[in-house]
Write a protein that binds this ligand. Sequence first.
Ligand SMILES: Cc1ncc(C[n+]2csc(CCOP(=O)(O)OP(=O)(O)O)c2C)c(N)n1
Ligand SMILES: [Mg+2]
Length: 342
Amino acid sequence: MAGSRASSRAKGAARGPEPSASSEQCLTYLRQMKLIRHFEDKAGEAYSLGKVGGFCHLYIGQEAVAVGSMAALRSDDYITASYRDHGHALARGLTARSVMAELFGKATGCSHGKGGSMHLFDASLGFLGGHGIVGGHIPLTAGMAFAAKYRKTDQVAVCFFGEAAVNIGSFHETLNMAALWKLPAVFIVENNGYGMGTALARASSKLDLAHRAYSYEMTEEVVDGQDVFTVRSAVDRAVERARLESLPTLLEMRTYRYVGHSMSDAAHGTYRTKEEVEEFRQRDPIKLLEAHMVAAKMIDEAGLKALDEQVVAEVEDAVTFAEESPDPAPEALWTDVLAGGQ
Ligand SMILES: Cc1ncc(C[n+]2csc(CCOP(=O)(O)OP(=O)(O)O)c2C)c(N)n1
Ligand SMILES: [Mg+2]
């Protein structure tokens, strides 16, 4: 049964130490996760209204992975993500306006309207995509880590990808070279249990994906991807290993997406049961953090409501901005084509 397999995925994921984050830090995490969740709701809505072209993959359910991870990084570190990249971009600090405008294909988008949902970029923030080819950005990230090591900048390169990518050749080639050359890289596999409609057990001979690192003498860790504190501390350790010892790490974040693979499949799809989705909703990363903050008296009902209102207003503003922005000019076809171009 898909359900029982999915349930077993949550087992074995290490829970971190008791959260020691300050209330200010918790508030930042909560605000970012709520922003991503609401942004994604609105992106899905805009897609259904025909305002977003191309593909669109929502990050609903996985927010703690991007938010906890980005909090562990320095502002000059490098980041790459797969096509499911809205959450990573927002958590890294791209504005809701620039990401929404990119989804709408507008000139004010972070990739000037030429990338769309799957190709969000902002080099000034070290956010180097948004990549549509499964596993295609894993070797690129090793290249960034190599550049950092070569230039002795002590930057770290972090790569986010789905669990279907661990069966792609470039994953293995990259892990081998990253370990051999001692590259300052962090490889984060977001194991949400499915590659499109295919459950992990139907596609992978081994379910403990972090163990793939054994073959390459690389440190690995299995992480509860629904708990932002656990994510943060695991990425802290991996980043320290990369920055101080120039060693790579493979982190397997166990998570779940609450909506379809992309806008082309139904909310939960035919490959999993409603009950399974419901089971994972019990560990909604936003609810877990809210519960912690309420219990610790860091926030009350009024505070939560105010936060919701803030993110609703921010996303509303982003949609209006995207709608009112101009399309890219025809001449823009000739720019951003080559590195160093205009
Ligand atoms: C090389 C390659 N093969 C196939 C596809 C089509 N494809 C798009 S998404 C996807 C599933 C990937 O699943 P996973 O890596 O688990 O990421 P998730 O969508 O769950 O975030 C596939 C097979 C692709 N984009 N690239
Ligand atoms: Mg997946």
